[in-house]
Design a protein around this ligand. Structure first.
Ligand code: SAM
Length: 211
């Protein structure tokens, strides 16, 4: 998702109290940033932030970080965040390529990937957030029982991700090609993209994996 450039959004993000700037400085110290020790969950490619905001409101016992690479998208998530009185949700404007420089070994309890960009050309496969290259990185920062939960409408990307998980020696804990007609829908929080695809009648695939 890349929205039309919004004038001044980079400056607004630079001043925003809910965005952590220079996140490399906090590697292994995220509890200090939140001022409490709670399980830490990430959403990578958070978009306009609906999913992670609702998740943080529902689960005050956890802390959440939404990671988004484009300012023009992140600004929408920050608009949602600013009107809430919660203490467990922060954002990073960052490319997920940097993730192992920002989070320490076993610092993260779980990762959500929602409707990640498919990068359909083969030569771009390593940019997919569910490629082995990224799974290896997640393994470096996740706790041993930590999981990655991935949702997509794109069955090709989903099948690719299953293959990559096996290649990286991850376990498939559960999976469905039609989340909204499965038992895994209970407690599901819809993302912006999910709402759109569901209205179009597209089935949503979901997997939960761990290493
Ligand atoms: N998760 C949201 C949803 O489900 O509604 C947005 C989905 S959108 C298709 C994918 C988002 O991931 C975009 O906002 C894009 O900028 C972001 N993204 C893609 N690759 C990324 C990366 N390497 N690091 C951080 N964000 C990324």
């Amino acid at each position: 998702m890349r929205l039309r450039n919004i004038k001044g959004c980079r400056d607004k993000i630079a001043e925003n109290a809910f965005v952590v700037h220079n996140p490399q400085e906090y590697q292994n110290n995220w509890d200090k940033v939140f001022h409490t020790k709670r399980p830490l969950y990430l959403e990578i490619g958070t978009g306009k932030g609906k999913f992670i905001t609702e998740l943080a409101i529902k689960n005050p016992e956890n802390q959440y970080i939404g990671i988004e690479k484009f300012s023009s998208v992140l600004i929408r998530a920050l608009e949602k965040r600013e009107i809430l009185e919660i203490d467990n949700l922060l954002f990073l404007r960052m490319d997920a390529e940097e993730i192992v420089n920002v989070f320490g070994k076993e610092e993260v309890d779980g990762i959500y990937l929602n409707f990640s960009d498919p990068w359909p050309k083969d030569r771009h496969a390593k940019r997919r957030l569910t490629s082995k290259r990224f799974l290896d990185r997640y393994q470096q920062i996740l706790k041993p029982k930590g999981t990655v939960i991935f949702k997509t409408d794109n069955q090709e990307l989903f099948d690719f991700s299953l293959e990559q998980a096996k290649l990286a020696n991850w376990k498939i804990l559960n999976m469905t090609y039609d989340l909204h007609h499965s038992k895994y829908v209970e407690g599901n929080i819809m993302t912006e993209y999910e709402e759109k695809f569901l209205k179009e009648g597209k089935p949503i695939c979901r997997m939960e994996i761990c290493f």
